[in-house]
Design a protein around this ligand. Sequence first.
Ligand SMILES: [Zn+2]
Length: 179
Amino acid sequence: MASVFSHVYIVYGIHSFLANHPYWKWCLFFAFVLSILPDADVIGFVIGIPYGSSWGHRGASHSIVFSLLMAAVVCSLFFQPYFKRKRRLAAIFIVLSLAGISHGLLDAVTNGGLGVAFFWPFDTTRYFFPVRPIEVSPIGVGVFFSDWGVRVLLSELIFIILPTTVIMVGWKIYKKITK
Ligand SMILES: [Zn+2]
């Protein structure tokens, strides 16, 4: 995995493109949750599920289908008032889905572990992108405060946080100019 900070920051970046309406704050909250939810699968290491299994780390929970399902569940449980406003609901659904999918995309540019089962349940192959500049993040918190943790933060700062910030600030400036 990439670190929790990067998963959440990417979602904040996606969200910055949206209008400033109260429901977006809740949408952002759930997007944060869905962006880190896939890594709940590390429980598999504890209960003995093999890493390479579909139910192992970076398996089903990191797939596009899982992200779409979770977005649908959150929409149906927490965004019922928007059921009659189809376009608004669709926008929320898309943001929540992207939040989940962005998790797998980030993991697929890390340099360690197994790849991501993007296309589960249709294809259980684990995929990486050809270029993988992000240092894979340790799973335990303790290991994070080590040389490895510093390398992870540096690589994420250069390849995730900085580009996302540049895009967000660029978008804000563009909106100000074109107002
Ligand atoms: Zn992950």
